[in-house]
Each structure stands twice: as C-alpha cells, then as structure tokens.
Design a protein around this ligand. Structure first.
Ligand SMILES: Cc1cc2nc3c(=O)[nH]c(=O)nc-3n(C[C@H](O)[C@H](O)[C@H](O)COP(=O)(O)OP(=O)(O)OC[C@H]3O[C@@H](n4cnc5c(N)ncnc54)[C@H](O)[C@@H]3O)c2cc1C
Length: 290
C-alpha cells in the first residue's frame, strides 16, 4: 500500500516553497507537487524591487533561487499538476494529471490565482459533462463526440490522445497559435467560447453565437479555480477563505499566497507560506497525539 504523507504542499511558487521549508524544519513526512520551473508569474516580472534582501533584479532570477531549494534541501518533489483534491475524514486524496493519486493527512494549497476567467456557467453545469482530466474520463466518451477547449501545449497532446478514443474531437483553439492536426477526426475551431448552455439534459457550448453540441467537454488550461480543484472549499470573491492560522473551512486544508487574496506580492506569499507550513505541521502534531 502507498504511504500517506503528513503534509502535501501543492504549488511550487513563492508561497508553496516557503511552506515546504517549514515542513522540513518541523521534520514532517511531506511532498511538494507542482512544476519544477516554479512560478510562471514570477518569471514574468521584469524587475523586482520590493522583496526584502533582493536588490533590483529579474523575477526570473528570484524564481530560480526559490526553486533551487528543491535540490538544496533534497525535497520530496513531484513535477506534475494536481487535477483534483478529494476530502475524506482525516485524509485527502490528491489526484494527479496522469490519474494516479497521492494521499496526505493535511494539504497546503498554494496554487496562485487564475488570471484567465472561466467560461460562463462552467461551474453551474459541471455535472452535465465537463471534465478537466482526459486520462481519468476519456473512456466515458468512447465512440462519442467531444470538445476540447484547449489553452496550452498539453491540450494539443491530449486532443491527439482523445481522438484515438472518441469518434470526433472539436478543438476550440485558445492557445493563440495556429494549429493544424492533420487528422480527419479533429476539427479545429478558432472561436471563443462565451458560455455553456443547457438544452434539456444536453450541454451546449456557445461559440460567439454558434452553438456546438458534444457528448463531453474537456477544459484544459494551466490552472483551475479553487472550487474546481477542491470541491467544498469556501471561496469569497474569488479567493479561498482562511482563518488566522490559514486553515480553510475544510479541516486540515490550509491555503496561502495569491490564492487567498490581495495584495498579490512575493513578500506576502512567502510570509503566508511560512505560517501555513507551520500551521499544517502543528495540525499533524495534534493529530498524532490523539
Ligand atoms: C508580470 C508580473 C509582475 C510581477 N511583479 C511583482 C513584483 O515586482 N513584486 C511583487 O512582490 N510581486 C510581483 N508579482 C506578483 C507575484 O509574482 C505573485 O504575488 C507571487 O508569485 C504569488 O506567489 P504564489 O506562490 O501565491 O503563486 P504563484 O507564483 O502563482 O505560484 C503558484 C504555483 O502553483 C502551481 N500550480 C498551479 N496550479 C497547480 C496545480 N493544479 N497543481 C500543481 N501546481 C499548481 C503553479 O505552477 C505555480 O508553481 C508580479 C506578477 C506578475 C504577473
């Protein structure tokens, strides 16, 4: 049987890596999950002038320094994305991009904020055939028609994979690149999705006024909204709600960084990550004393 970690930190940006440091200091059995490249946002900052001790240099350099701790402290790290987190009493099941799972008694969520807005009605009509994980759900659509709303490189590969299972794939191209799959099973649509609409039990996608009807829809982008990532987590005005210890409404689930609110700053993310790692460690120590 696979081991259950004390703590799983999700996200390799400033908040997640800072949380990881306290998990190391408190000697917890932990894992950090997220891309080895760290924070794309930080990478985009041309010049960082407001982070104490770091004098006027690029966000890229700071990001490299931050992610460098993975090697330096030999952190237990999985270079992948989390697809969904399921909450059970005293344990969380973390489903990864490839469909496999990791379990942990506590989770620190540090996945940043999603700058891309979701599609209108996406959350409302989730049970009518919207998915985020081709590996997990492709078999539901064997010989059926599906639509991929693809925002990244990964979505191109996943579309090719899905075209081998379903009878037809519509690829709504949100990648900002010209794409030609050269595959009769795949139709590329270069229109923006404006909303999901329900026609009886059937889900339709509104593409700038044209309605597309498919059996299932895969929304594939780099990050998901918090309520899609962790069903049941309390969100207020787009941010996860936490208490003074950075614990959410779900016992054992902590959150920090941009994900819990403004100002969106490196210093705030690092500070909150630090407290979050400590809060999660103390939660485990209390759990083990029970
Ligand atoms: C252009 C730009 C310039 C900026 N300049 C400054 C500045 O000068 N000074 C300043 O203080 N701040 C600046 N910021 C803001 C700063 O970058 C953020 O406040 C900070 O990076 C937030 O850290 P975070 O860890 O909360 O989130 P992020 O940095 O967004 O990190 C989130 C991490 O979670 C990972 N992740 C997301 N979803 C998943 C998932 N499902 N599974 C696993 N991992 C996941 C991401 O890949 C990433 O590693 C700037 C931001 C931008 C966009």
């Amino acid at each position: 049987m696979k081991e259950t970690y004390d703590i799983a930190v999700i996200g390799t940006g400033p908040a997640g890596l800072s949380a990881a440091l306290n998990c190391v200091s408190r000697n917890k059995k932990f894992i950090i999950i997220g891309p080895k490249q760290g924070s794309k946002k930080l990478e985009m900052a041309k010049k960082v002038d407001n982070y104490l001790g770091f004098i006027s240099d690029s966000g890229k350099k700071l990001n490299q320094t931050f992610t460098g701790i993975i090697k330096r402290f030999n952190l237990n790290h999985l270079d992948t994305m989390v697809n969904q987190i399921y909450t059970m009493p005293d344990v969380f099941f973390i489903e990864l991009k490839d469909g496999s799972t990791v379990s942990a008694k506590s989770v620190v969520l540090a996945t940043g904020i999603n700058m891309e807005r979701g599609i209108k009605n996406e959350e409302l009509y989730l049970p009518y055939g919207i998915s985020y994980c081709p590996t997990c759900d492709a078999n539901l659509y064997k010989d059926k028609e599906i639509c991929v709303i693809g925002y990244n490189e990964d979505s191109i590969e996943e579309t090719i994979f899905l075209s081998g299972i379903s009878s037809k794939v519509y690829f709504v191209n949100m990648t900002k690149k010209v794409i030609d799959f050269d595959n009769p099973n795949i139709e590329v649509i270069n229109k923006k999705p404006t909303s999901f609409e329900l026609d009886g039990e059937k889900l339709l996608l509104n593409l700038e006024g044209d309605m597309l009807k498919a059996d299932g829809y895969f929304v594939l982008k780099d990050s998901k909204s918090p309520e899609n990532l962790v069903p049941g987590v309390e969100v207020e005005k787009g941010h996860i709600k936490v208490d003074a210890n950075f614990e959410t409404n779900l016992k054992g689930l902590f959150a920090c960084g941009d994900l819990i609110g403004q100002p969106y700053q490196i210093g705030k993310a690092v500070g909150e990550g630090n407290i979050c790692g400590l809060s999660a460690s103390k939660y485990i120590e209390r759990l083990n004393r029970r």
